[in-house]
Design a protein around this ligand. Sequence first.
Ligand code: UDP
Length: 341
Amino acid sequence: MSANNQIVVTGGAGYIGSHTVVELVNAGYEPIIIDDFRNSKEWIIDRLNDITNQSLKVYTVDCTSQTDIDKVFADNKGIVGVIHFAAYKAVGESVAEPVMYYENNITSMCVVLNAMKKFNVEQLVFSSSCTVYGEPDNPIVDEHTPIQKAESPYGATKIACEQLAQFAVQSGQALKICLLRYFNPIGAHPSGKIGELPQGIPNNLVPYITQTVKGIREKLTVFGDDYNTADGTCIRDYIHVVDLADAHVKALNWLAKQSSSVCEPFNLGTGKGSSVLEIIHTFENVNQVKVNYQIGDRRPGDVEQIWANAAKANNVLNWHCKYTMADALKHSWNWEQNIEA
Ligand code: UDP
């Protein structure tokens, strides 16, 4: 049955991975999900089957196992590309567990590259992050903005994997790679069936807001209002997760058209910065709710302001955001109300 349209999606049950699976199906690809559900739930697959009206192929394996990953490639004859999401992603946790972060995030990247070499798969889309830019001199960053020394083991693994991708291409392995540098993904699928599932107390702003409004958390703390910004709170580029997912499909389409080896970074953001208070107040307005919040101390390590110049992804990948920040906040709240405990 396999045409040459299979895409391996590591971490395909995760937040960005699951939304990307939907967009892949919409675009006519056949996703093959690899996830061991350590940071997701198996019922996300039921929801994905429901949204896509398919019975998706899932392998419950650890991406650091070369044997298990090779088996996925051996079993499926139509694999043309890999989207590699599977990784640990919490900055604070990475500071406490640096070895665990390096071991998992770097090993899985090596395993993916090894399997691609063995099975002659050329297209790779790698999940990177704007964290590679650290605290930039100019808040608007494009892909020429220098990569900075990592401030956390998490950031270090993203930089290391990007470098490994570059070296693998330079080594002569037939590879075409997009390094997608995400800004701040928020929102959920408009159906309300999939979305972000933080484990324990959320680190990120929007899930903390939705849990506070739902009554799971008592109060949101805004980390500092004495920054050098219009309202004193930090500025980020918040992008709807479905738009982000769509960029992965556009990246694969672009890679398929490249005639020789390539490794290109792309910023994925809306190109617009929003402050923490703007997010809170927009959330209140679009959802007609109150967010209980207080101003607290700055969070160590937070960058004051950063947003994307996403012109390269817009022009080269022909990718454009369809959703607004307000849409995303509406969808996040809709999802929070749909999560079954
Ligand atoms: N933030 C906040 N309270 C929270 C969580 C986050 O004020 O409980 C702020 C944080 O200081 C930052 C912004 O929200 O300015 C986005 O933080 P998040 O952790 O979501 O993303 P990142 O730090 O990776 O940009």
